[in-house]
Design a protein around this ligand. Sequence first.
Ligand code: ADP
Ligand code: ADP
Length: 234
Amino acid sequence: TAIIEFREASKTFGTGTETFTALDRVSLSVERGEIFGIIGYSGAGKSTLVRLINALERVSSGAVVIDGLDISTLPEKRLRAVRRDIGMVFQQFNLFRSRTVFGNIAYPLKVAGWPKDRITARVTELLAFVGLTEKAWAYPEQLSGGQKQRVGIARALATNPAILLADESTSALDPETTADVLRLLKRVNQELGVTIVVITHEMEVVRSIADRVAVLDGGRVVEVGTVFDVFSDP
Ligand code: ADP
Ligand code: ADP
């Protein structure tokens, strides 16, 4: 069953004659438990699509349905619960410089009001999962790029979201580190059952990790299918 569904979703910016269509009647569905890749050049509409999924923007027409809930018409108050079920991983990691690895991973749990003992238990478990137990007290500047992104992934998973959005999450990393982070994302998918949407301009990333892929171009989905179908020559 679909966990994310775009139904003829369009997003237009501006008013009057000064309008620009960033997404044009996009329809796609991400199945629960899969790794879904979204690939496209700069300006294709990838960020807009991400912002529609995590409810930072609303569609101009059509609908976005998350876990059976049409979020295009949902009141702002109820969007918070939807956002809580979606973990975000970023290109530039977005870690707090002034917080330790532990503190960064604990942050969303503090915000959610978890008691201290449960936070400690959860962060300890996540540190082990991403292989950074010995770095608990390090600060981000003491970490390699790959380690920073593992912290980013642990933080995104802290509240146990059903969906992980990885937005250009390997674009700042070298190929070897990229492979490492992709292996971790694969484990997140297989061992934790998290549905992952990988947004990237890097074909190789999608090819190596995704089950299915949608190709965005000029705000439209121009192709969607299995990685094999989309990337094999006609
Ligand atoms: P990508 O992430 O694939 O680079 P974006 O979703 O950022 O693409 O942008 C798609 C198009 O929509 C671009 O031409 C961009 O300039 C335009 N766009 C995105 N956000 C806005 C906005 N807030 N106002 C006006 N135009 C926007
Ligand atoms: P901040 O409160 O500014 O985020 P830190 O990032 O240093 O500060 O740590 C966050 C909180 O987690 C602190 O209250 C600290 O006592 C606790 N903490 C940090 N690391 C550990 C750890 N390895 N085991 C148990 N508690 C920890």
